[in-house]
Design a protein around this ligand. Structure first.
Ligand code: 6GU
Length: 250
């Protein structure tokens, strides 16, 4: 999978992909991440990416020009993307790519914003088969509506709260997707969504020592009886899910 991230804070986003499972996914060649500075795509000599809202009101709105230019430029470099095809046909790319509906487009363009559809594991599974994602990090009071209307395929939020920008959301989504790419997780870290406790909150885990400050690990976990341990874990997972997230049991 290739993920292109368009942001005004590339230096905030980049380091996250150099650690842990994200780094491993990249090292294994399963994931490629490119972080682009939106300012590099401005035509304005002051590299201005935003402007005041028409109609008045507080804050600033991200302008359409740099975002369209960034997406077009990134798309052109990817073989099979709608922009590459469009360029072949017309000799130049245009923002009007939504007229060019293909059965299975390689590139999906996602805007991260609190107005989007809420991310969950099901949405992540659907996106994880995509070859190429372009993630646009929204900011300030908003993004010019024409970006939504004429450029973006999907708008995604990571929950019902407001963040300063879409950067954290882009990292959350990328992390969640990377774990779903086959071969990224080792055998020992098998994906919980495939396990016998799929859809449930995780059962309690313990490690050594068996007795810590007088508090003991449940005996069953030390029994060596794998069938009984499995049963216990399932029961515990159901119990905690009932208590904290009854909505997940439906
Ligand atoms: Cl994607 N962006 C912002 N700014 N706030 C959010 C969000 C995204 N998802 C939840 N809150």
């Amino acid at each position: 999978m290739l993920i292109d991230i368009i942001t005004i804070f590339p230096e905030v986003v980049r380091p996250y992909f150099s650690e842990s499972i994200l780094k491993r996914a990249r090292d294994k060649g399963k994931l490629q991440v490119r972080v682009h500075n939106l300012r590099d795509y401005t035509l304005d000599k002051h590299k201005k990416v935003d402007d005041r809202p028409f109609g008045g009101g507080p804050g600033m709105v991200l302008s359409p020009e740099p975002i369209f230019r960034a997406v077009e430029k990134i798309g052109l470099r990817v073989k099979g993307s709608p922009f590459a095809i469009q360029q072949q046909n017309n000799g130049k790319a245009s923002g009007d790519r939504k007229g060019l509906r293909q059965k299975k487009r390689k590139t999906k363009i996602i805007l991260l914003s609190p107005k989007g559809k809420k991310l969950d594991q099901k949405m992540a599974l659907g996106l994880s088969s995509q070859e190429h994602l372009i993630l646009i990090c929204g900011h300030y009071e908003g993004v010019d509506e024409r970006v939504r209307k004429y450029l973006v395929d999907e708008e995604v939020s990571i929950g019902d709260y407001v963040l300063t920008g879409g950067e954290l959301a882009a990292m959350v989504l990328s992390d969640c997707l990377a774990r779903l790419i086959p071969g990224v997780l080792g055998h020992d870290e098998s994906n919980k969504s495939e396990s016998f406790c799929a859809g449930l909150l995780e059962y309690p885990q313990y490690t050594r020592p068996a007795s810590f400050r007088g508090k003991n690990v449940p005996k069953i976990l030390l029994s060596g009886n794998h069938q009984e341990i499995l049963t216990w874990r399932k029961e515990e997972a159901v119990k905690i899910t009932k208590k904290r997230r009854p909505d997940l049991l439906k």
